[in-house]
Design a protein around this ligand. Structure first.
Ligand SMILES: [Zn+2]
Length: 61
C-alpha cells in the first residue's frame, strides 16, 4: 500500500499551548512529537498518522 503521497502526508506548523513555541512537524509522524522548548507532547502516532494534541497554525502542503 502506498501512502507516501496522501493529503495527510504534510508538514504542519503547530503551536505549543504551554509555552507558545511554534514548530514544524510531519503530519504522519510515527513517533510522538514533543515541543522542543518545554518538552510537552504535542502529537502522538495513531493509525499511521499523527494525532495532534495542540493547535495547528497552518498546513504547509
Ligand atoms: Zn512548549
Amino acid at each position: 500500500m502506498r501512502t507516501s503521497n496522501t493529503p495527510r502526508s504534510r508538514f504542519l506548523k503547530v503551536k505549543c499551548m504551554d509555552c507558545g513555541n511554534e514548530q514544524v512537524m510531519f503530519g504522519s509522524a510515527k513517533t510522538a512529537v514533543k515541543c522542543v522548548i518545554c518538552g510537552k507532547t504535542i502529537a502522538t502516532p495513531k493509525g499511521g498518522k499523527a494525532q495532534i494534541k495542540t493547535r495547528i497554525e497552518s498546513v504547509l502542503g
